[in-house]
Design a protein around this ligand. Sequence first.
Ligand SMILES: [Zn+2]
Length: 62
Amino acid sequence: MTAYRRFRDRRRFGPVQVGTYYDGRGREKHTAACTAPGCGFSADYTDRSAAELAAQTHRCKA
Ligand SMILES: [Zn+2]
């Protein structure tokens, strides 16, 4: 699950927030996480555009 790390370049797409962080090995990772209560969607991507696309196309279950 997405513990909130030190995200930078945070951007919001509707209820979904996309942020970039470095993983433990210094590699860039991109997370898309829905902030809507009861949804719980969250996913990691190696690609920023993939994370943003996922955020834009996310259909909230909540
Ligand atoms: Zn959602």
